[in-house]
Write a protein that binds this ligand. Structure first.
Ligand SMILES: [Zn+2]
Length: 684
């Protein structure tokens, strides 16, 4: 059994039958069956059609399409339809619309406009979710519940008076007393001492920089306020249909929501991923977000939305070249998705997304897009056995939303050039290029299953998190500007790296961010030169050995990279601290990978542009580059001395000899080690 009751991999997309006359539905289900679609998401934006007046429900059309889909063997990821409140709710209760930081209440006319803290809105969503759940609880097409849509998209926070009241309730729970809040927020600074809870407001537009501790609590609250919306609906769904999995579609690597907390509240992690075909880093960014999705619950997840070709919301919406939809889809499967789903099934004729690509485009079935949809459906069927298989990573990158929010507070940091997504990518990209599987993990989790843990940045680091890192017996790498503040955004006693000081064996005396374009040379003990940009620090080694020093400038000769044997663990690991951001951390990374005994799944000689991922017994090799490459196949794992052992490419069903493999641009293979040995005539 996979993520849902549908066997094998899932294939399909968002389906909006309410935008089409019913005679089109017949063609839809016929073409879906032809393409191998086995799951569609229905009803995401249909609140105003399902409940045209308060408490008045019109389920007839939804009954008919669910019956029709089921009759054609297509299961449904059924939305609770609460993503966009209907006009009547907005006009009866204008307070359900969100207010921006400048105090402007936003108008109806788009989508997903609501105040997360509005009791009226929450009650209306729960009523509708219950009505939908009770009507379709036993419908045989129901495979999964889809709550709302892309939480935090368009409205990640609301600054209205109701949200202010909710914020105060949240603050009272966190800080207990006004004294506690004043202390945590450091309100003696800039004369902000509060004497009554009612004086506290959301961080609306102010004359200058807002208290960063207030902002940090606000980001925590805003994530929690939306999560409360999700949990209110989820509770109803679980009450009515305890066995139907519940999800809401995430938005890849998103700053606004603490996805560790969110994933814990849902049964299945699903993601909407829209890598930009015009971005040369699209593949590596997508891989990072897919690995995050796999890591959130440490189980297979589902790519619930992606673009067959162009999207409609960038300034320039570059389409996917022939073959790219397939390559990107296989990439998601390689990183643990149990299916490939799109926005959307049939291209819209109206609305803001009418130029967004679809599985079935405006031009119908006599199009390249449709032919690629059919071919991809066939590929997904060939890979059905991959469903449910898992990835074992030996390397983890740490990601903590508190730290992210603190790091990116505006107008109060030594440099606003430190952006967490980029810091993650600076380590993830070289690991990805080496074919090394990577998990994301929160600091504080038991990390003992990993050989190497990298914290690109832990600006905010608590004593508990530091203790968890100290207990990690493997090799640890910590990036700059870490261990700076506590959970209240207050600088640790004695400065950075605060609670990590003993573990890392360093003291940081001074931040020395670099102006844009400036380069600081760094030299390792063996004479390798690295170029650092953006950030450097004045560091004193205090128990650690210096493995690289700054060369030139005011830091000349001072420690740039330090390492300490991890005598706080079991003595086998190490703790490396980088006080700078090397443009290319490869020399340092290779050293620590070797020490940790970590190698890529396809060996050390992965050609540029080739992505290699092992998922259970399957090895995915994808060529994102623009030239044909030769990939060395790994030594078979089970019969290492048998020269006749071969791999089978699941996509073609053809056996491959154990040896170098030629991979054309945009092509991919999914290898499974096969036995018994096949006749030599079966090879090519
Ligand atoms: Zn509000």
């Amino acid at each position: 059994m996979g993520l849902t009751r549908v066997p094998g991999l899932l294939f399909g997309g968002d389906y909006n039958p309410e935008q089409w006359p019913e005679e089109v539905w017949q063609e839809d289900v016929r073409l879906m069956a032809e393409a191998g679609v086995n799951l569609v998401t229905v009803g995401v934006f249909s609140w105003s059609r399902l409940e045209p007046a308060p408490g008045v429900h019109e389920f007839g059309w939804l009954d008919r399409i669910l019956d029709l889909l089921h009759a054609h063997g297509i299961a449904v990821d059924l939305a609770t339809a609460t993503a966009t409140p209907p006009p009547w709710l907005v006009r009866d209760h204008p307070e359900v619309m969100p207010v921006d930081a400048a105090g402007t209440r936003l108008e109806f006319g788009s989508r997903q406009g609501y105040c997360p803290s509005s009791p009226v809105f929450r009650a209306a969503t729960v009523r509708l979710a219950r009505a939908v759940a009770e009507r379709y609880r036993d419908h045989p097409a129901l495979a999964m519940w889809h709550v709302s849509n892309e939480y935090a998209d368009h409205t990640a926070e609301c600054f209205c008076p109701e949200s202010a009241r909710d914020f105060r309730r949240w603050l009272k729970e966190r800080h207990r007393s006004l004294d506690g809040l004043n202390a945590a927020w450091g309100t003696t600074c800039w004369g902000q001492h509060y004497t009554d809870w009612t004086q506290i407001e959301p961080p609306r537009k102010a004359p200058g920089p807002v208290n960063p501790a207030q902002l940090l609590d606000w980001r925590r609250f805003s994530s929690d306020a939306l999560l409360a919306c999700f949990e209110a609906e989820r509770a109803v769904l679980k009450e009515v249909t305890p066995d139907v999995p519940v999800t809401t579609n995430f938005m890849s690597v998103l700053r606004d929501l603490d996805y560790w907390a969110w994933a814990a509240a849902e049964d299945v992690v699903t993601d909407d991923a829209y890598p930009d075909p015009a971005d040369p880093r699209a593949a590596v960014k997508a891989a990072l977000s897919y690995d995050l999705m796999r890591s959130l619950k440490r189980q297979p997840w589902l790519l619930l939305e992606s673009a067959p070709s162009a999207v409609s919301w960038r300034p320039v919406n570059v389409p996917k070249d022939p073959g790219v939809m397939r390559l990107h889809s296989l990439q998601a499967l390689a990183h643990g998705s149990d299916g490939v789903m799109f926005f959307q099934w049939r291209q819209a004729r109206y609305g803001p997304e009418k130029f967004h690509s679809a599985m079935l485009p405006h031009g119908g079935t006599a199009t390249r897009q449709w032919r690629e949809t059919l071919a991809l459906g066939a590929d997904v069927r060939r890979l059905a056995e991959v469903a449910g298989s898992t990835t074992r990573a030996e390397v983890a990158l740490l990601l903590d939303w508190d730290s992210w929010w603190g790091l990116e507070a505006p107008e109060s940091m030594p440099s606003d050039r430190l952006r967490l997504h980029e810091l993650l990518l600076s380590w993830y990209a070289p690991l990805h290029a080496r074919g090394i599987a990577v998990d994301l993990a929160p600091p504080g989790r038991d990390l003992s299953g990993y050989r190497l843990v990298i914290a690109p940045n832990l600006y905010l680091c608590t004593a508990e998190q530091a203790a968890a890192l100290a207990a990690f017996p493997g090799h640890l790498v910590v990036g700059p500007f870490s261990g700076v503040v506590d959970a209240a955004d207050q600088v640790h006693d004695g400065g950075a790296p605060g609670p990590l000081r003993d573990l890392l064996g360093v003291r940081v005396e001074e931040w020395r961010p670099l102006p844009d374009g400036a380069v600081q040379e760094v030299e390792t003990a063996d004479g390798t030169r690295l170029s650092a940009r953006t950030w450097t620090e004045w560091v004193e080694a205090d128990g650690a050995e210096v493995v690289a020093r700054y060369r030139g400038g005011p830091l000349d000769g001072r420690p740039a990279v330090t390492r300490r044997g991890n005598d706080l663990g079991n003595g086998t690991g190490s703790a490396t601290y980088l006080s700078c951001l090397p443009e290319d951390p490869a020399p340092l990374l290779d050293e620590v990978l070797a020490a940790a005994g970590v190698t890529g799944v396809a060996g050390p000689d992965l050609p540029e542009g080739v992505e290699a991922c092992r998922r259970g017994p399957y090895l995915f090799l994808l060529n994102h580059g623009s030239r044909t490459v030769t990939v060395p196949l790994p030594t078979p794992t089970q019969t290492t001395t048998d020269p006749d052992t071969v791999f089978t490419d699941l996509l073609t069903g053809r056996p491959l000899p154990s040896g170098p493999l030629s991979l054309a641009p945009g092509d991919a293979v999914v290898l499974k080690q096969s036995s018994p040995v096949l006749n030599s005539t079966d090879r090519f």
